[in-house]
Design a protein around this ligand. Structure first.
Ligand SMILES: Nc1ncnc2c1ncn2[C@@H]1O[C@H](COP(=O)(O)OP(=O)(O)OP(=O)(O)O)[C@@H](O)[C@H]1O
Ligand SMILES: [Mg+2]
Length: 275
């Protein structure tokens, strides 16, 4: 499909509407990032800062560049032009130090099918040098929290998609990272599991951690996220609290869905939504 014209740029937000976030307070940061795959510009001069201790939702239509941005922050993709930082550490220049502070749950986690969840979690913990006794205790506690205790000894190859997602989340938490990045973590989870995961993520933030997630479930972002970034065609279109986004789009009291569609809808031919 030929992309339509980009919507006109938004008027700049008043300075006072944007809380000042010093770089030292950033759990992660992208600076002027541009990533091109062959001829596709996946991320286009994107700068984004996630304050430490924040629940942050990165939203955008399919192909907007969300997964690419997370993979660059996780050190899985070369940043191309621009830089990516975790806790002020350049991910590309000091990958080991940066990666020790984060955990990344991809949209389709790859697990070792022949291992049991306990073995997989202990293996992951060993990679992060978590002492074995501590790793075992954490693994058992996480599996119990996620309702997988009764499957702890079964091989992962026999797990359902949602169960695998839960194991991936447990593996992400096993080394107690400061920053948890999750790519569409709720897709495929049943209602109870989704609630469980949302509660765990909120607890993680309440305990001082930072969550950066992507989701297409805007109600989740609306309810949980303290800050929201909306990217479209690789560019940051709007950023702030829901209240700030409402103000910027002149839609007081609007749902995040209304705000989101107003911002990105016209470019994708959803003009009716704007009216
Ligand atoms: N490895 C790759 N090779 C070629 N093109 C890629 C690659 N990864 C991503 N792209 C392209 O980069 C753009 C951004 O993709 P990305 O996966 O970051 O989008 P997204 O915002 O995560 O979308 P979705 O909501 O569908 O998950 C798309 O046009 C995609 O086709
Ligand atoms: Mg994606």
């Amino acid at each position: 499909m030929t992309p339509g014209p980009l919507p006109p740029p938004l008027p700049a937000a008043p300075e006072s509407a944007i809380p000042p976030v010093l770089p030292a307070d950033a759990a992660c940061e992208l600076v002027n990032l541009r990533k091109v795959f062959d001829t596709t510009v996946a991320v286009d001069r994107l700068s984004l800062r996630v304050p430490r201790g924040t629940f942050y939702a990165l939203l955008g239509p399919n192909g907007a560049g969300k997964t690419t941005s997370l993979r660059i922050l996780a050190g899985l993709l070369h940043p191309g032009d621009g830089r990516a930082f975790i806790d002020g550490i350049d991910v590309h220049r000091e990958p080991a130090r940066a990666k020790a502070r984060l955990a990344y749950v991809p949209d389709e986690p790859a697990l070792y099918g022949k291992l049991t969840p306990v073995e997989f979690l202990e293996y992951t913990a060993a990679l992060w040098s978590v002492p074995p006794a501590e790793a075992r205790a954490r693994a058992q506690s996480l599996l119990a929290q996620l309702g997988l205790a009764d499957r702890a000894g079964a091989r992962l190859e026999g797990f359902s998609r949602g169960m695998k997602q839960k194991v991936a989340l447990a593996a992400a938490l096993i080394h107690q990272p400061a920053l948890l990045m999750l790519d569409e973590p709720l897709t495929g989870l049943d209602a109870a599991a989704a609630r469980l995961v949302k509660d765990m993520l909120q607890e993680f933030v309440a305990a001082g951690g930072t969550v950066l997630l992507t989701t297409h479930i805007l109600e989740v972002a609306e309810r949980l996220a303290q800050r929201i970034g909306i990217i479209h065609r690789g560019r940051l279109h709007a950023e702030g609290t829901l209240e700030e986004l409402r103000l910027r789009t002149g839609r007081p009291g609007a749902t995040l869905e209304d705000v989101f569609l107003h911002l990105v809808g016209s470019a994708d031919g959803i003009a009716a939504v704007q009216s």
